[in-house]
Unconditional design. Structure first.
Lengths: 231, 84
């Protein structure tokens, strides 16, 4: 599959995302925020970073980039999109996923290997996981606190839109320990932790077997090939 | 020249970690008379000449669509300030 990664001014993890796409057996395609061209990709990633220096609100200015018009349109037609960290914030600012993300409740930037539970495998990005599988991937953010009003939270929970929850530690005060969400169709997934940093032994989180050999993030990208499991 | 002032605050019911940090700092310095601190944003939109209703309508739309995110913030004030 051709999998695009969009670079915005201030994106940091676009190169890692392109690399993850390649390690998962796909063809990485670099996309540029000012273009109105998705280069015929079959899926795309909105990467982590600090687009526009987090000015105004995290992801707010990037969500209004030229390419986002095309991406929101393509999402309506079923294009799989993964938003990681700043990409998750962009998807919320673009109105694709419900709720908002605010500063961590403890007021500090946090960087740690984070355990998550996979709450929903009926998505294009989580189909390769087992139900309620526990995974560990890096988390690094200052504004990752998920919030939503009562009605939205009820809908998100009721419709099974929660894809990941934090396990053990809630690192940022997110309501209901929510770490990631999907859209109704299961084509779009957004999360704060970083799967693209856990795709190759020697460069991932520590596991019980060896240091830095965690590759739980790779399943996000290999899941793309597993279309049949979608409801 | 005139300026339209737009003020945006985090929603009351939400935690404001930045405001909380400042409040803690006040308490540490012995300022016990303030019970809370909240931090918002002030935008200044300048126009040539006088502010018209067209300007104000546009400013209201921008305030809702771009300058604030209704999920986490409220637009608390939009007003005109003349500068001499």
């Amino acid at each position: 599959m051709r999998v695009g990664v969009v670079t915005f001014p201030g994106s940091l993890d676009d190169r890692d995302a392109l690399r993850a796409v390649r390690l998962a057996g796909h063809t990485p395609v670099a996309l540029w925020h000012e273009d109105h061209d998705l280069k015929d990709v079959d899926a795309l990633v909105l990467p982590g970073g600090f687009s526009y220096g987090d000015y105004l609100r995290c992801g707010a200015i990037a969500a209004r980039s030229p390419i986002m018009v095309d991406i929101v349109d393509a999402i309506g037609k079923g294009l799989p999109v993964l938003g990681i960290c700043n990409g998750f914030q962009i998807l919320m600012e673009a109105g694709v996923l419900p709720g908002g993300l605010i500063g961590n409740d403890h007021g500090q930037f946090i960087c740690r290997d984070q355990e998550l539970v996979v709450e929903n495998t009926h998505t294009r990005w989580t189909a390769g996981f087992g139900d309620h599988q526990h995974i560990t991937i890096p988390l690094k953010n200052g504004e990752g606190g998920y919030i939503a009003d009562g009605e939205t939270l009820k809908r998100v929970e009721g419709e099974g839109l929660v894809v990941f929850r934090y396990v053990g530690v809630n690192p940022n005060g997110s309501l209901h320990d929510i770490a990631g969400l999907r859209n109704e169709a299961g084509t779009v997934v957004g999360l704060m932790p970083h799967p693209e940093h856990a795709v190759e032994e020697g460069f991932g989180p520590d596991t019980n077997q060896a240091m830095r050999n965690g590759t739980d993030g790779l399943t996000f990208f290999t899941s793309l090939a597993l279309e049949a499991v979608l409801r | 020249m005139a300026t339209i002032i737009i003020e945006v605050m985090p929603k009351r019911e939400l935690l404001d970690p930045a405001g909380k940090a400042v409040h803690r700092s006040l308490l540490r310095d012995g300022n016990n008379s303030f019970t809370d601190v909240r931090i918002g944003k002030r935008f200044e939109l300048s126009v040539e000449g006088a502010v018209t209703d067209v300007h104000l309508d546009k400013a209201r739309a921008i305030a809702e669509e771009l300058l604030s995110n209704g999920v986490i913030e409220d637009v608390v004030d939009i007003r005109v300030e003349d500068k001499n």
